[in-house]
Design a protein around this ligand. Structure first.
Ligand code: ADP
Ligand code: MG
Length: 614
């Protein structure tokens, strides 16, 4: 039987693992190296290099060498402005269209570039299995991991990369979830785990609950533009600034730094950074640098990881002291300052028994094994990053699935019509945290038609949301009396950038108060409108003149008409209190009339029965 593997397709490094006799192991090359640098390079004759070889070519052929391609997955050019600084390769594409990356004379999409790395891993694994003496060493199925913040477009791009490389992608799973699987935390105890993943290009914090062998992601947060790359750039900036004046030979007039020089500098910096994770002092370009100096430079970056941790805790309704275990993932968590600050935040020493570079691939292998063998009935639950709902009358959003709900998720609400004889309802599907439709993201619109004419409020329209394990949302609207039904499939985060997700969350916090006020006003107006409609209907009904004569007190009709006029007058003002007062006034004024009308219809019904019974 062909083999399945787990793949960590990282921004900086990628690796592949498999499960041997129930234990996940990373597949290494002849030198014992597990990490394949996520770098692709091409020579003038068209030959393509990946991994370490491509990394070496960063020094000689920087312009024909591509790294950090994961940053471009599922993105369009407009999303990328900030990323292009100091990148030696060409990134192009039409506004709103797919990014193209210049690789030598070719222009490739990010999944095509990633596919070179995946092919390298596939090949590495096949070679390994062949050396183990296996008859069928083909590797054609894989579980691939992505950062928790990856949206649907980015996940789809990752899946595409797998397909281009000749791999059936069994599942895309979140890196922090994979890491906790690698630690076997599902089998250890009941509790809450914080997974802190600081790699080369992304930062993720996930709060997971383990109970009865089941993982549940309570919340996720992070920053897709925070990691070791940023630390390198920061050191680079400090070093360039330092070098500028005392080293005239390096920055002589008319001298321009080439990409190769920048890359050589970059690699020297990475080496020095790594040294300082184990030692107090090292040399960078012959200049002594201390760990204390480095810590001073990078402290702002380390601090930037802490706020997402606090937000994730808040989303999970937990305090730092509620966390039972902290797991470190990603090469940058080897930095002592990172460990120290994370330890301080959560009030406990983080786990780091497993190699932080490898845990994600190990977990992916475990997941792949579970999917294929069905051993270990383990459920992995993910969460949806933004709330989903539909537009209701007055332009407000009725949320149906709340943000951070575990997926697969379902939710449903009952709605009805606002006017008589309405035969179709508009379903407008929205994503976001704000109260008003205009401040949220429109995902889809469709009409539920074929509702038979009925008085307002009679139809029972059920709107059902369902998000499947891959994050795809389907919305079904049905009228329950007649069983008319309409379904639509939407991709909740298609084309939505991580920055947009973040912006939407931040705005919802900033505007929370104003939003609530706007919502309350709209609700008051809706309530007023329905009381007005009901009153006008009664006043116009054929029985009203008779009722007014025999049942209403002198002046009662006049009081109703005054309250009606008063409410209509304040209805469109922004004064919610006045609307509420006049609504109450009209309700009070019509209470007796409503009772009379109700009694009449009840009496009519009973009389009818009696007649029938005789
Ligand atoms: P990714 O998941 O983004 O591919 P990794 O988990 O492989 O990233 O981490 C890569 C990052 O970790 C790089 O920025 C690398 O420089 C950094 N790194 C690796 N080892 C160390 C170390 N000993 N000290 C500090 N940073 C390290
Ligand atoms: Mg990683």
């Amino acid at each position: 039987m062909s083999r399945v593997v787990g793949i960590d397709l990282g921004t900086t490094n990628s690796l592949v693992a498999y499960v041997k006799d129930g234990v996940p192991v990373v597949i290494r090359d002849q030198d014992g190296d597990a990490l394949v640098p996520s770098i692709v390079s091409t020579a003038a004759d068209g030959a393509v290099y990946t991994g370490r070889e491509a990394q070496r070519r960063l020094l000689t052929d920087a312009n024909r060498t591509v790294y950090s391609v994961k940053r471009f997955m599922g993105k369009d050019v407009d999303d990328l402005r900030g990323d292009l600084r100091l990148l030696p390769f060409q990134v192009s594409g039409e506004s709103g269209g797919v990014v193209r990356i210049g690789l030598g004379d070719r222009e490739l999409t990010p999944p095509e570039v990633s596919a070179f790395i995946l092919r390298d891993l596939k090949h590495r694994a096949e070679q390994f299995f062949a050396e183990q003496g296996e008859v069928d060493n083909e590797v054609d199925r894989a579980v691939i991991t992505v950062p928790a913040y990856f949206n649907d477009a980015q996940r789809t791009a990752t899946r595409d990369a797998g397909r281009i490389a000749g791999l059936e992608v069994l599942r895309i799973i979140n890196e922090p979830t994979a890491a906790s699987l690698a630690y076997g935390l599902d089998q250890r105890h009941t509790g809450v785990i914080a997974v802190f993943d600081l790699g080369g290009g992304t930062f993720d914090i996930s709060i997971l609950r383990v109970e009865g062998g089941v993982f549940q992601v309570l919340s996720t947060n992070g920053d897709t533009h925070l990691g070791g790359d940023d630390i390198d750039l920061l050191i680079l900036e400090h070093v360039l600034a330092d070098l500028a004046s005392p080293r005239p030979t390096f920055e002589a007039p008319g001298f321009t730094r080439t990409s190769e020089q920048i890359q050589a500098l970059r690699q020297a910096i990475i080496q020095a950074k790594r040294d300082l994770s184990d030692r107090e002092e090292t040399l960078l370009l012959g200049v002594p640098v201390t760990r204390a100096q480095l810590e001073q430079w990078i402290a702002p970056i380390v601090e930037r990881t802490l706020e997402p941790c606090r937000l994730a805790l808040a989303d999970a309704n937990l305090r730092a002291s509620d966390i039972d275990e902290v797991v470190l993932v990603g090469g940058s968590t080897r930095i002592p300052l990172v460990r120290q600050r994370v330890g301080e935040l959560f009030g406990r020493t983080p786990h780091s028994e497993l190699n932080p570079d490898e845990v994600v691939a190990l977990g992916a292998a475990v997941q792949a094994d579970i999917l294929v063998t069905g051993n270990r009935d383990l459920l992995l639950l993910d969460v949806t990053p933004l709330s989903l709902g539909i537009e209701t009358i007055g332009g407000i959003v009725s949320k149906i699935i709340l943000r951070n709900s575990t997926i697969p998720a379902t939710g449903s609400e009952m709605f009805t019509t606002a006017v008589d004889n309405q035969t179709a309802v508009d379903i407008h599907v929205l994503q976001g945290e704000r109260e008003l439709v205009t401040d949220n993201r429109s995902l889809a619109r469709f009409k539920l038609r074929g509702i038979p004419p009925m008085p307002a409020g009679m139809p029972r329209v059920q709107v059902q949301f369902q998000i499947d394990a891959n994050g795809i949302l389907s919305v079904t609207a049905s009228e329950l009396r007649t069983e008319v039904e309409q379904t639509i499939e939407v991709k909740p985060s298609y084309g939505l950038t991580d920055d947009e997700v973040e912006r939407m969350l931040i705005e919802s916090f900033e505007h929370a108060e104003a939003d609530v006020a706007a919502r309350l006003l709209i609700e008051a107006r809706n309530e007023a409108a329905s009381v007005i409609t009901a009153t006008e209907k009664s006043l116009r009904s054929p029985e009203f003149p008779a009722i007014a004569q025999s049942d209403l007190a002198p002046g009662e009709q006049k009081r109703i008409e005054q309250a009606l006029a008063g409410l209509k007058h304040v209805m469109s003002s922004p004064n919610r209190d006045a609307i509420l007062q006049w609504t109450k006034a009209l309700n009070d004024a019509t209470q007796h009339l409503a009772e009379v009308m109700m009694n009449r219809s009840v009496r009519a019904a009973l009389t009818g029965k009696n007649v029938d019974g005789l």
